[in-house]
Design a protein around this ligand. Sequence first.
Ligand code: FPP
Length: 264
Amino acid sequence: MPNPVKRQLVGNSEELPRNEKELLALIRPEALPRHVAVIMDGNGRWAAQRGLPRSAGHQAGIETLRRVVELCGELGIPILSAYAFSTENWRRPPEEVNFLMNLFVEYAAREIEELREKGVRVKVIGCRSELPPAVLAAAERLERETAQGERLLLNLAVNYGARREIVDAVRAIARKVRAGELEPEEIDEDTVAAHLYTAGLPDPDLLIRPAGEMRVSNFLLWQLAYTELYVTPVFWPDFSRVDFLQALVAYQRRERRFGGLKMS
Ligand code: FPP
């Protein structure tokens, strides 16, 4: 008997077409994820493969982000969360950190018009107090000037760490308890969720991790509790429309039980 577990582990995309039209025909629009999260990994390896500096990989990664934003808009996926810079990424050499910070500022300046035209609303999630002033200003401008977007919410995680996010939420809740606004017994899962950067949003249905790493790297730890994980060996700069569509088809073939039993 075929082993469905094995099929799920090895069968992410191997048997799927590599043609956009054929993939689109396989997608059920009514069952698309409402929220997709992506870890934009493999930029450095992509660059190294080509004998290029790591910065070239990050630059190319921006193009992929644009592609994925566009496709989410076309398909009607309402929320995309993209991991751009983690609280741990400060450990990289200062040149790379500076490059990434500048890249964000440039991205904000260059893309703002197109994002507005496409109806994309940007929200920057992460710990803002440690961001260089130019990055903070670019983030605030992006948010302000795209605030009317109704087609897609793009959460850009910059200086983001999920443990830090949870610590911040716990502190905010503790302050409310101290102020007498909340009883400890009243604190439940909804209370915690309402104090995260993603307050009010549905949890991701699908997490896409390119470059083959089998971990979640401190991204949206609370929110990923029941998210479907999709790992592909493709490096982020090479991640194409076809790769994204394959991830969606693979997602739609999964059976989500949320801890319950098979529905049939
Ligand atoms: C991980 O690849 C990627 C990053 C740490 C940065 C991701 C950033 C971008 C795609 C561009 C920045 C986004 C915005 C919105 C400005 P890696 O460097 O760890 O790759 P490696 O694991 O192959 O070395």
